[in-house]
Design a protein. Structure first.
Length: 230
């Protein structure tokens, strides 16, 4: 069985936040004890190029802004990492390690190797996407600018990857990132979010960022299988 602790991190590039944004993000995340516990434990596991991100980060900030308990409405905790081993077995082992590590917490970890996402994406969403080159590359395709964020603790410092910055996140703005998802996927997400967090300013698809569909691939490209997949 492979051991995630033995894998090395590739070079990472992290967001440069203003002091005010950094202080507020740390304060808001600090109000969610489950986020803090996950970050502390995952730092010891040493998954390659990992982040705790997506909804559990954005929705913690939204809950604080709504004066609610910080974990309200959070369905799962997205744990993204990037391992060039594309075998399903390696990912299953990493998932098992993380789930065992967090088993006593009242959360649902959603652990995914971003290097493998293109192998199963079509079966879930109905269209093929381009492979990611890193976890940071994957984060830049996530459905909204506010939730396209990942964090982790390193030597006591909170490292933040936020390809679109944190203005939308902290300003409660939901803006579609159109490079990969479809309008229908975006509409389904924001329908629930608007009900749970009514202070959100939800922008229409036309108000989003990115060239629509640029991360999808054509049928001709999809016909070439990845020889590394197992």
């Amino acid at each position: 069985m492979s051991n995630p602790r033995r894998r090395r991190h590739p070079t990472d590039h992290h967001a440069q936040l203003t002091p005010d944004a950094s202080q507020r993000l740390r304060r808001d995340l600090g109000s969610n004890e489950l986020v803090g516990e996950c970050l502390e434990r995952l730092a010891g596991l040493d998954l390659p190029n990992w982040y705790l991100g997506g909804g559990c980060i954005a929705q913690t900030v939204w809950n604080v802004a709504h004066s609610r308990p910080a974990a309200t409405g959070i369905d799962d905790f997205d744990i993204a990492y990037f391992d060039e081993d594309l075998s399903a077995r390696a990912e299953d082992e990493a998932v098992a390690c993380v789930c065992d590590l967090l088993a006593d917490l009242p959360i649902r970890p959603d652990v995914k190797n971003q290097a493998r996402v293109h192998l199963w994406y079509a079966s879930r969403f109905g269209y093929e996407i381009r492979p990611y080159s890193s976890c940071e590359d994957a984060l830049a395709t996530w459905p909204t600018t506010a939730a396209a964020i990942g964090v982790r603790w390193v030597d006591g410092a909170l490292l933040v990857e936020a390809p679109f910055g944190t203005d939308d996140l902290l300003g409660l703005v939901v803006r579609p990132n159109r490079v990969q998802i479809t309008p229908d996927i975006y509409a389904a997400k924001v329908e629930r979010w608007g009900r749970v967090w009514p202070l959100l300013q939800i922008l229409p698809w036309e108000g989003g960022v990115g060239v629509a569909g640029i991360r999808r691939i054509t049928c001709q490209e999809a016909s070439s299988s990845d020889p590394r997949a197992v």
